[in-house]
Ligand binder design. Structure first.
Ligand SMILES: [Fe+2]
Length: 199
């Protein structure tokens, strides 16, 4: 099974990415800055894991939407801009995504050196997890890091496109400063097609 696939789409022209997150012609706020910890403290081998904050916007800039359609893929449902931030070595806590099995991410700002996206399997659980309830960490709720085996990792650099599996437990480690990326959700039909190439 594949957990990610790098794709050679062109870099997004800088003028299409605004950092004016409060401009309604650019973005619609989905989630204001919030701690990425599912309301709990997390530990790994007794050590506290510092969770970053994150926020989510839906991209409204029609020029960027058109550019993605023409240069990347017409088969998408939504483009989001996500910011995660932590002062030093934050870890976006392990989870599965809410309403997608794949995400196409474009890194605008990596959030430091050696930032890794990691995939895990929980002991005695399947690799691929089912749809989870709203706001839950996974389909079975809380997950302990001490019950996880690392399956794979990738470092995604600025200006690169990567399709990642989001129905397998994943987290992002070593976030220092702001990590900013576009995250594209595919249409359901296209996601199903694409998933076949990840088996
Ligand atoms: Fe995720």
């Amino acid at each position: 099974m594949k957990f990610y696939q790098s794709v050679e789409y062109p870099a997004v022209p800088a003028h299409l990415i605004s950092d004016n997150y409060t401009d309604p012609s650019q973005y619609q706020t989905v989630k204001e800055f919030k701690k990425f910890d599912y309301g709990q403290d997390h530990y790994w081998q007794g050590e506290f894991i510092p969770a970053p904050e994150y926020c989510i916007y839906t991209v409204k800039n029609q020029d960027l939407i058109d550019w993605v359609k023409q240069n990347v893929s017409p088969n998408y449902a939504e483009i989001q801009l996500i910011v995660t931030r932590h002062k030093d070595q934050g870890r976006m806590i392990v989870h599965t995504d809410m309403s997608r099995k794949l995400a196409l991410n474009y890194i605008i700002n990596a959030g430091g050196n050696n930032v890794k996206t990691n995939w895990f399997q929980e002991h005695d659980k399947p690799v691929i997890r089912s749809t989870k309830p709203n706001f839950a960490q996974t389909d079975t709720g809380f997950v302990e890091y001490d019950n996880l085996d690392l399956l794979d990792s990738v470092e995604c650099n600025a200006n690169s496109w990567t399709i990642i599996r989001t129905d397998v437990l994943h987290d992002v480690s070593n976030i220092s400063g702001n990590r900013t990326f576009l995250s594209i959700k595919f249409s359901n039909d296209y996601e199903q097609e694409l998933l076949k190439t990840f088996d």
